[in-house]
Design a binder for this molecule. Sequence first.
Ligand SMILES: [Zn+2]
Length: 191
Amino acid sequence: MNRNQVLPQVQLSADPNTLRRVDFCAPQSYQGAGFLSISELPRLAEEVSNLVSGDGFHWNVETHFEESPGSEARQILELGLKGCLHLVCQRCLQDCTVDLDEKRRFVLVSSEFEADDYPLEDDEQEPLVASQQFNLLETIEDEVLLSIPLIPKHPERFCEPHASVFGGEEGKEVSGERQNPFNILKNMKKN
Ligand SMILES: [Zn+2]
């Protein structure tokens, strides 16, 4: 029996507050889409160099249950992200637009223990611990943070012309003031 055919499909609200509490333990599947501006993603807002109107991310989410032989059906969550934000170009130190277009696939597991046990070599999907009040907004923000380039740069030859004023040491100093992207990831993993 295909579980998807009998389970009700619930429309996810695009309201960020509703996205903070999604019941992934309920016997139902979800679909939804919306747009999140940078200001609705506080950790991301700290990373951007400039808040340009229109910056943000269209997201879409779909869940379904997948039969797996010999065990319970697994709940799969697919997340699409498309949008842009502004970061400091590490070559010319001016704002540059960073476009993201990402697709992620997750499998919902029932405990932290199960998530830790999940095979690392599975690069198709990652585990997420399901709960009745799952913070999907946080997951969307995590994925945007993980997708932004560690060293953002304009495309080759598209740097701001006066970039050459910042040569050598001075350039290094200015870029050093920005938070190291590796730290961003480290802090994220702690949460
Ligand atoms: Zn540049």
